[in-house]
Design a protein around this ligand. Sequence first.
Ligand code: HEM
Length: 467
Amino acid sequence: MPSPEKTTVSTVGQVTQLNGWPDGPRGHGPLGNLPELRRDALAFLRHSRAAYGDVFRLRFGPRDVLVVAEPAAAREVLVTKAGSFRKGRGIQKMEDFLGSGLLTAEGEVWRGHRRLMQPAFHRSALEGMAEEIARATQPLLARLEAAARSGEPVDVASEMLRVALRAVAAVLFGAALDERDLRVVERELPPLLTSTTNRVRSPVDWRLPTPSLWREKAAARALDALVHRIIRERRASGAEGNDLLGMLLSARDEEGRGGLTDHELRDEVMTLFLAGHETTATLLTFLFLALSRHPELRERVQAEARERLGDRSPTAADARNLPLLGACIQETLRLYPPAWLVPRQATGPVTVAGVPLPEGTNVSVNIFLLHRGARYWPEPDAFRPGRWLGRERTPEAFMPFGAGARMCIGNHLALMEAAIIAGLVLREFTLEVPGGGPTGLVAGVTLKPDGPVVAKVRSASPSPVRE
Ligand code: HEM
């Protein structure tokens, strides 16, 4: 627990030493706790929490970081004292690629854009998107059907990345992206994501001019060209369309002012691509992995999908009307939160959990630890979707989409998308991961299984239904 001592700050070289902070693992000179974090970040974090409590100190290289894994303190950082924080260094490093989209922007720019974009993500706006998502799932269903026939196993993680990318593209651009455009996105976006991930994880801020940097710049140029072309075509046609791009093009604030420039639109589109695809893909991968380990539960989820969806293309209302699948999705988000930590940096002196933090302090709200806290969740490591159907849940210790004003703008969309894609797959197919699949986790920018998730596919119903 934090000690009540008065805070004194002294800077030795780049190392800021703070008295009055809670204790934490010792670390290795200027490397701090980086060696342990690189070896197995999650095991180290769990061990540190067990030893030092729900709020503790880590050394990320030369920087002290306050790790927060306690609901009230997390709310202080993200909600009640959010005005004293900005996004952390990791997110700031995404600016090269994302410009000033919602994820990276701060202050008035962020506020203005969030206000403009919020209605496009409102529940009522999701109705039309359900159909696009169901359509974007068809190639996946065709591939699963082929795999069921041939007996060839499928790589679940890469299939989920593909379908989530197509789903977000469909929601953003409707029918404006043809097959060739989609292939450009499929080819160029993943390497950009990988290099962005590496950069976010790096303790240094500079880059060497390596071939991977050139490759990244070329990928960004190709995607830029595509996005700008679609914006140009849409503006020229005068048709707004009821996809997200259409809503963003016609977005005005409450006084009817504003609207985004082409440059701002480009940044927002890239941001939605990036924020909206890997996270949802990871959720779906963990969901299929967990269901494969619980065959009886999976059968019940499959029966629910068949009964409630029939052979229709699911609507937004259908997606909300799959209680068991919904509970499995919530439990997957609890155990495997794709955005497993939310970093912040203090913009001025502020107190969190009674710990006085000087300006510039890095704080890491650790969603993974919060979701695995035995104080908030009985049997925290067990996959027990039933807890979401009864009373046994602790909403204040559950924040897979963050909290406060900067909470995920795509949260309803993500839940609907996951329910539609999983519902469509499960009513037709059984995905079985022989041997139960990888049990370890890798904590990069998103949380991932520590090995390939390879599944055998079986037809689940005697007469497959397909639009
Ligand atoms: C399971 C899927 C998803 C998860 C777990 C997730 C998680 C999160 C989290 C934790 C944040 C808060 C980050 C912070 O406070 O620093 C966030 C922000 C954001 N997410 Fe998501 N997200 C998901 C899907 C989506 C989708 C589908 C979209 C859009 C297509 C999206 C767009 C965004 C944007 C634009 C922000 C920044 C919002 C702002 O700062 O105003 N996300 N997401």
